[in-house]
Design a protein around this ligand. Sequence first.
Ligand SMILES: C[S@@+](CC[C@H](N)C(=O)[O-])C[C@H]1O[C@@H](n2cnc3c(N)ncnc32)[C@H](O)[C@@H]1O
Ligand SMILES: [Zn+2]
Length: 268
Amino acid sequence: MSLHYICPLCSTPLVNSHNTLRCANNHSFDFAKEGYVNLLPVQQKNSKQPGDSLAMVQARRAFLERGFYAFLQTELGNIVGKLNVDNIIDLGCGEGFYTQALASNTHAQVYGVDISKSAVKYAAKRYPHCHFSVASISQAPFNSQFADVLVSVFAPLFSHELARLAKPGATLIVASPGPWHLKELKSYIYATVNAHTPVTAPAEFVQSSQTLLTKQLTLNFDDVKNLIMMTPFAWKFRPEHWAALEAQGEHDVTLSFYVTQYTKTAVA
Ligand SMILES: C[S@@+](CC[C@H](N)C(=O)[O-])C[C@H]1O[C@@H](n2cnc3c(N)ncnc32)[C@H](O)[C@@H]1O
Ligand SMILES: [Zn+2]
């Protein structure tokens, strides 16, 4: 099955030969032994190790493996299972927990893209039936209007790039925090916990549906620790917050997710 990447340096198609992707201008990118390809040129790197760190990746993997977010994974798999499409891109795929569920529910070619090499390494090793690349989703290595389905699970949304990548009529699926997602944990660090609002439709997309998934859990300290470590507010937890969390032992936690579907409008 041929891959549909374009060169991150000159935007011409990349052709696979002997485990190397090469463009007409002779820029070449080798597949790593884990099966992913690094399409992030140094000039697009804003730090030595962009994206989620190894510690965040490991915490997320440990937490997700416990099955607490399986209901979201199932929902996303069911959505793509009803679409008859050729290709899907999971933008900001992390270590592929949702990417592999998308691939298991469809015959489409499924691409996972993330700027974190640590995350992509894990993903590629574990899920060889998906195509993983290290790349920026602000300049994703695919032709314009390539994607039938774009998926974003708690990842940054670059609206110009979503509009560029999507075919007219393509589906964009966004999972984002629901109103009171993790409110109990946030109350340790914020005097007032504000409700999350749904993501507004990116330019050139119209909303077609929205579901709110909510679940209450009781988690032990190790699970809570991993859950916090995989969130953007982990750095706000100081030693006294960790001590208080540990002292309490078990925690009731609200999980809440918006799953919103959008349709790409025809080009104006
Ligand atoms: C909260 S994590 C979500 C990961 C995965 N979707 C999941 O839910 O398990 C956000 C991901 O976006 C990635 N990310 C952030 N900025 C990015 C960019 N400019 N290009 C590609 N990936 C990016 C991070 O490395 C991280 O893996
Ligand atoms: Zn090139």
